[in-house]
Design a protein around this ligand. Structure first.
Ligand code: EPU
Length: 349
């Protein structure tokens, strides 16, 4: 049975710990409740905001409408014949359907214990499974989009079920069709993942220097569980814990700049790191730019950047305006010093 709340503080529902009010709020915990919601008056009348784990959003104002928190949980291994569109499968591939409300880390742990490989480096990223495809979450050489076979949900205009193949999701770096054209127009109910059965031939993704360091220190054979433990330890050292301080992880996307621009900067700053991106563009770490601009650990009293990681904006009891002031200051300073525009990766609501 659905339970609508009114004038509810969203502070517990966003990892930035911003205290704004929702005019109406409802949490969906079953498919029946979702269908009940679709026929409710509030759903028909109000503007809607879909909320997952609230781990990649900045709530800039009170929500004058209905906030729908998707909390339906469940994990189901599929047989290839269970789904009615063709997903190309190799012998080792395993399809797993996960409800949007599952906690991402719980799903990674499930995959690890079941011997399903391909998402072990995505451990300890706050948020729910349903929003993993939205911002195409990624870390340590893995990206959700590499392993998503399809996304299922409802078109919020027609209220008809709809399926997106991996290609239709239009995954790019930290982006997808759900974050752009379909923002707030599509409610994701399930993500179907194509993982692979783990065996000793499995190729772990280990190229990151921090992972290499950890592997040098302990040369025992790698397992999915051990790999996730290594990643979780790296993250715990590098990133502040959102339970104790407001944060949405990396605030900005890493920018891509022209090769010419990169070469000019590299002459001036020989230590500027870079990753190849395309024939014309080079990706550079936003964290490096922010640190070089002297803004690692910067604070305006209520919000700032983490002393642990320059790309992580933190909120220590401030408002969205305090956070936006910090963000504006970073963007302006980095642009003045390097001629690089930093774009938020976090979604503003
Ligand atoms: N660096 C600094 N100062 C810092 C931190 C980093 O100069 O305070 C430099 C270092 O040179 C380092 C480089 O920046 O080599 C990159 O840093 P890091 O390896 O921490 O990765 P990142 O590019 O800052 C990205 C993702 C993270 C993900 C890590 C690891 C984006 C926007 N962020 O961060 O994702 O965990 O790589 O794969 O792509 C997130 O999206 O919320 C997130 C945490």
């Amino acid at each position: 049975m659905l339970s609508f709340q009114s004038q509810l503080s969203l502070l517990p529902y966003n990892t930035f710990h911003v205290d704004v009010q929702a005019k109406y709020f409802v949490e969906i915990t079953s498919k029946e409740e979702l269908l009940e919601l679709f026929s409710s008056d509030l759903f028909q009348k109000e503007k809607k905001l879909i909320l997952g784990g609230g781990a990649n959003i900045l709530l800039t104002q009170d929500i004058d409408g209905l906030v729908i928190k998707v909390g339906i949980k469940g994990i189901q291994k599929l047989n290839p014949t269970d789904i009615n569109i063709a997903v190309p499968l190799a012998e080792k591939d395993v399809l797993i359907r996960v409800w949007a409300g599952e906690v991402r880390t719980d799903f990674v742990q499930y995959a690890n214990t079941q011997g399903r490989a391909g998402i072990e480096n995505l451990i300890a990223i706050p948020g729910q499974v349903g929003t993993a495809p939205v911002s195409n979450i990624g870390a340590y050489g893995m990206e959700a989009g590499h392993r998503v076979a399809r996304v299922e949900g409802y078109d919020l205009t027609t209220l008809q079920p709809k399926i997106f193949s991996k290609e239709a999701c239009a995954f790019t770096y930290r982006n997808s069709i759900f974050k752009t054209q379909l923002r707030n127009q599509f409610l994701i109910t399930h993500v179907i993942w194509k993982l692979e059965h783990f065996d000793e031939q499995y190729a772990f993704t280990t190229q990151y220097p921090d992972i290499q360091e950890a592997l040098k220190a302990d040369v025992s054979p790698l397992s999915l569980l051990r790999m996730s433990t290594i990643i979780a330890e790296i993250r715990a050292k590098k990133l502040p814990d959102w339970h104790s301080i407001g944060t949405a992880g990396s605030f900005f996307a890493n920018p891509s700049i022209s090769i010419q621009h990169f070469e000019t900067l590299k002459k001036q700053y020989p230590s500027l790191p870079s990753y190849p991106f395309s024939e014309q563009l080079v990706k550079i770490p936003a964290a490096w730019l922010i640190q070089q601009a002297g803004l690692k650990g910067y604070s305006n009293g209520k919000a700032g950047t983490s002393p642990q990681h320059a790309l992580v904006v933190i909120n220590d009891g401030g408002t969205a305006q305090d956070i936006l002031e910090v963000v504006g200051h970073i963007q302006q300073t980095v642009n003045e010093q390097f001629g690089v525009v930093l774009e938020p990766e976090v979604v503003y609501v």
